[in-house]
Design a protein around this ligand. Sequence first.
Ligand code: ADP
Ligand code: MG
Length: 323
Amino acid sequence: MTMSEFEIIKNYCSGIGTQHSDTRLGVGDDAAIISVPNGYELAISVDTMVAGVHFLPDLSPQLLARKLLAVNLSDMAAMGASPRWATLALTMANADEAWLAAFSESLDSMAKEYGVELIGGDTTQGPLTLSLQIMGLVPSDRALKRSGAQVGDDLFVSNCLGDAALALRILRGELHCSDEQLAELRRGLDNPQPQVSLGQKLLGIATAAIDVSDGLVADLAHIAEASKVDIEVDVEQVPVSQTFVAAGGDMSDALYGGDDYQLLFTTPTDYRNQLLKIYSDTGGSLHKIGRVTKAGGAVFLRSADQAYPAARGFGFEHFSHTD
Ligand code: ADP
Ligand code: MG
């Protein structure tokens, strides 16, 4: 590397994000020290992104920094936690100053947007790999878990699903659309918007929650298994964007595609009005897409008055949006 590890840390990894008074010690010592306020617990999560596996090698350092933080913020959102601190393990083939400057500036601006402070990390040489650990505060005993869904609960999802998966299919050449449509769909893939404020507002309202990273059906299966309940999705109610429909998206993109980073959660039916008001205050949209039917542990898809077990792979043509 042309720059020393010490210079990289000093120039590009220090002073990033929002400084918090309960950070006792940040970048520069052998470990960071944080103080957790009385009545709160620490929610901790880590996500790694490997070049060529989790992102296309041509993704700009600006968008890469945003996506790295976004996927971690989405985990905080799914717990109802307020994100506060992060550590960054950075592995790079070489120390490209322009790349580092762009990455660092973008990480700083998004970290400030969400009130996160970078308090430490590790810097090593090797194939481009980024690993960010995030820590957030959640009122004691109130975090949103996957295991709390109850028979009779409604199932909700935020905003739209499928744009990212459809963008990926178009980029792979499986389907064609206009440049404007692709630009719009790619926004979902490259610059996801973590639902952090929604997550915090769901504390005390949602019985179970998860962020949609692997796909609606796959992530819902985690709630169904952890909560030991059967959950039914009304396929026609799953929200997709206008661009998704115009570009020829298939419902299988919305049901099985990943990378949406929306929140999927269950609530008792009597919270519905409260919930809709909460979300209309923050913008975006919430959609009731199903219900918890009985004890069990599986996901079912309901379409045209028939329910199929989702795991058996009914889907594609059956729920095609375009034909
Ligand atoms: P040590 O050898 O004791 O692990 P390092 O030289 O790895 O220390 O790191 C020195 C300081 O810089 C530590 O406080 C560490 O947390 C911080 N640091 C190293 N790399 C990064 C990074 N990529 N982002 C933020 N902080 C970093
Ligand atoms: Mg180290």
